[in-house]
Design a protein around this ligand. Structure first.
Ligand SMILES: [Zn+2]
Length: 460
């Protein structure tokens, strides 16, 4: 055993001693490499799931119009079992796993219950209508298994009815956990994105979560940007910038060209279909490259810093972009925040989310003066009050970092809910492992840091 190994095992032992076991739900997703016969079976299952959804929806719609009620997943399952045997036109049902139908009924059940909740005013969020029918080519090809066998080994996965399908990557990360009993597969969802099939195993994972972050007390403020993927300033004063990968830029160029070409093709033609497939492939690649970069960056941050402070969403950044860039960055920001949320949790750290009205960009990180206006094109922050000149994103990151310091103080001083000075209560968003910081009241517009704080209880 080398010295490095010895140290590492000692460190692992220390962490293990101070950690607690937690069960988290986590997905493992693998790209499939099916044989032509298997691919036909995948399409058939996706078709079966779509058929079951539409079949069940038609039944529910009829009943809803007549009685104002619908069928539960269980009812639908029973109805289906009776009808599939009685109707010779449905004889093909046995070509697919019964899970494909069952899980589609469950999805429908959930969609209907959500609709019901919305109607009764028990559900927040955007308007929710009665579920709609799915159309081949318009909806996402997807189906789910919730029965054995669901396994993975080496470069393959085993699913009910479909058997063993090769994967592009090794499945060892999940296989190892299944082997030592720290993971249990709850369900497997198979879906298609741009001509490629994926399986996503939803698993229950036993994770050892450290009670304290390995670098307890360290903090970083993070500004998610469009130009640079991420700009951070840590408590040591280091500025960290992570540029978007170059592959992203070139993919985006190709995407623009492909979507122009696609829009010029005759609707309904074979040529249009061909270009649609190409466009979808580039879209998928852009999403993959961005996701990969986000995963790497957020894993790194969560490991290195005990407290990460990020903005809710870069609204200013999103409005200054054209539609294409906006859609992509929009998705990226939400994702990055979610990743930071669970990854900081896994490492024993916390994520503090600044309220979206917190003027992190407009506030001077030197003296706290808030500018009334800061055009998005201005990449450098110049303070007319104290003379600070600093990169725009770094300035925002420094302001966010200050929230970490004030957050730690208020938590230690009062231990829990703190609402200093401001009687006003702002809408806060609550997420697992996340604390939210709200904006300053209108009378405190110039102080920047004196803000109402609400330390939400950490979850898991
Ligand atoms: Zn200043």
């Amino acid at each position: 055993m080398t010295r490095a190994d010895a140290e590492r095992s000692k460190r692992t032992a220390e962490v293990a001693a101070e950690s607690r076991a937690a069960t988290v739900t986590q997905a493992y997703r693998f790209a499939l490499k099916p044989t032509p016969a298997q691919e036909r079976a995948l399409r058939s299952h996706a078709g079966a799931a779509r058929f079951a959804w539409n079949w069940g929806l038609a039944k529910c719609q009829q009943r809803y119009e007549a009685e104002g009620a619908w069928y539960s997943a269980m009812d639908l399952h029973k109805l289906w079992n009776a009808e599939k045997k009685a109707d010779p036109a449905l004889a093909w049902w046995s070509e697919n796993s019964k899970c494909a139908y069952q899980e589609a009924f469950r999805d429908l059940d959930r969609a209907l219950r959500d609709f019901g909740k919305f109607k009764r005013g028990e559900r927040k969020g955007p308007r929710l209508g009665f579920p709609r029918f799915k159309k081949r080519g318009k909806c996402r090809d997807s189906f789910r298994f919730a029965a054995r066998p669901m396994r993975c080994a080496g470069k393959s996965v085993t699913l009910p009815r479909l058997g063993t399908i090769a994967t592009h990557e090794s499945t060892r990360k999940l296989a190892r956990r299944l082997g030592n009993g720290t993971a249990r597969i709850l369900s497997a969802t198979v879906s298609r994105t741009a001509q490629r099939w994926f399986v996503s195993f939803t698993c229950e994972i036993d994770r050892a979560i450290p009670e304290r972050h390995a670098r307890h007390g360290s903090a970083i403020g993070v500004d998610l940007g469009v130009k640079t993927l991420l700009t951070g300033v840590d408590d040591q004063g280091n500025t960290i910038t992570i540029d978007g990968p170059k592959a992203l830029q070139s993919s985006l160029r190709r995407l623009r060209r492909a979507s122009r070409a696609h829009s010029r093709k005759q609707p309904g033609s074979g040529n249009r279909r061909k270009h649609a497939a190409r466009l979808a492939r580039i879209h998928a690649r852009v999403a993959n490259v961005r996701n990969d970069a986000l995963h790497k960056a957020t894993t790194d941050l969560a490991r290195r810093y005990g407290t990460v402070v990020a903005e809710d969403l870069n609204v200013a950044g999103m409005t200054r972009n054209r539609r294409l860039a906006r859609a992509i960055s929009d998705q990226g920001f939400g994702r990055a925040r979610r990743m930071l949320g669970y990854k900081t949790g896994w490492n024993g750290g916390i994520l503090i989310v600044a309220d979206r009205w917190y003027p992190s960009s407009k506030t001077c990180s030197g003296c706290g003066t808030v500018k009334a206006k800061l055009p998005p094109s201005e990449r450098t922050y110049r303070c007319w009050h104290c003379g600070t000149v600093i990169d725009r994103d770094a300035n925002a990151a420094r302001n966010l970092l200050k929230l970490a310091a004030s957050g730690a103080e208020s938590e230690n001083a009062c231990g829990g809910t703190v609402r200093p000075r401001s009687a006003r209560q702002d809408p806060v968003k609550q997420e697992p492992g996340t604390r939210t910081r709200t904006r300053p009241g209108p009378s405190q517009g110039n102080t920047g840091l004196r803000m109402s704080a609400r330390a939400l209880k950490r979850n898991g």
